[in-house]
Design a protein around this ligand. Structure first.
Ligand code: ZN
Length: 127
């Protein structure tokens, strides 16, 4: 499954980041998924939650997803709408019919990671 390997890649990245920063755990991670990335968001979240349990540093990480919608560009006049018009509905811009073309990016970007620093005095808290 595509989403599972993406989630695995993200977790790997987080584990490495935590190690590089001597952090004891990842508190929060914010990821942007482009509208054309072809990622099923629910599956990605499910995969993330399943895999994060395998590492103590990511076990409590909260995943926040930023998923901007795609735009749809008219192939005749270039007008972009935020909904997909069906083939037989004329474009409000030029009146031409035809399937608009989805536009947007396909990036999966790590926007923000919140880490908790190692704290020698609170070791007894984790059982
Ligand atoms: Zn048009």
């Amino acid at each position: 499954m595509h989403e599972l390997s993406l989630a695995q890649g993200l977790i790997d990245q987080l584990v490495q980041l935590a190690a590089e920063n001597n952090a004891s755990r990842v508190v929060m991670v914010r990821v942007r998924i482009g509208p054309l990335a072809g990622v099923v968001v629910d599956s990605f979240r499910f995969g993330f939650d399943a895999i994060k349990d395998m590492f103590s540093v990511t076990r409590e990480a909260v995943l926040e997803l930023d998923c901007p919608p795609a735009g749809y560009r008219c192939l005749s006049c270039g007008r972009v709408d935020d909904y997909c018009r069906s083939v037989d509905v004329p474009c409000p811009g030029c009146g031409e019919k035809g399937k608009p073309f989805p536009v947007g990016d396909d990036d999966l970007i790590l926007l923000q990671v919140e880490l908790e620093e190692e704290d020698d005095e609170s070791i007894s808290c984790s059982a």
